[in-house]
Ligand binder design. Structure first.
Ligand SMILES: [Zn+2]
Length: 154
């Protein structure tokens, strides 16, 4: 899987800004067959989000607006891929809630992501990054190998 450097840096900046509280948001890009994922953009938590040490709740209305705007700019060539969030002072291991969230998204077609992706940024101020993908009916989420996609002009 590939993550555009500018989008990854945006998530890292937000992780550091919210530290030691949790934060997160949405992942946008393109995905094909299982394991083929390109993250080109991230959306943050929004100005009305609330952050605690081990949980956060996003400003969902703001995120919807940002998502609609991103779709419009991309001429709908953009997909919602899943979510990202931080585990400040923690590890990249998924919590029970994280696993339940992934399964829920994978099993509900109205959630817009058939094979949802979950990125976890753990630690701070140095962040470890892991990205997993849930494939419906194939057990637990699978780890993906992260490659960062950066052009010299970024
Ligand atoms: Zn988590």
């Amino acid at each position: 899987m590939w993550w555009a450097a500018a989008a990854l840096e945006e998530a890292l900046r937000e992780a550091q800004r919210a530290y030691p509280s949790e934060t997160g948001g949405l992942l946008l890009g393109w995905s094909g067959q299982p394991g083929m994922v390109f993250i080109s953009q991230v959306i943050g938590p929004g100005p009305g989000a609330s952050h605690r040490a081990t949980a956060f709740s996003p400003d969902a209305a703001w995120q919807e607006e940002q998502l609609a705007y991103a779709y419009e700019l991309a001429g709908r060539r953009l997909q919602y891929l899943g979510d990202w969030h931080t585990h400040p002072r923690g590890t990249t291991r998924l919590s029970r809630t994280d696993r339940a969230t992934l399964r829920h998204i994978a099993e509900h077609p109205d959630a817009r992501a058939e094979r949802p992706v979950m990125a976890v940024l753990a630690g701070g101020p140095l962040w470890q990054i892991s990205v997993r993908q849930q494939v419906h009916g194939r057990g637990g989420p699978r780890p993906l190998i992260l490659e960062v996609w950066k052009s010299p002009s970024d």
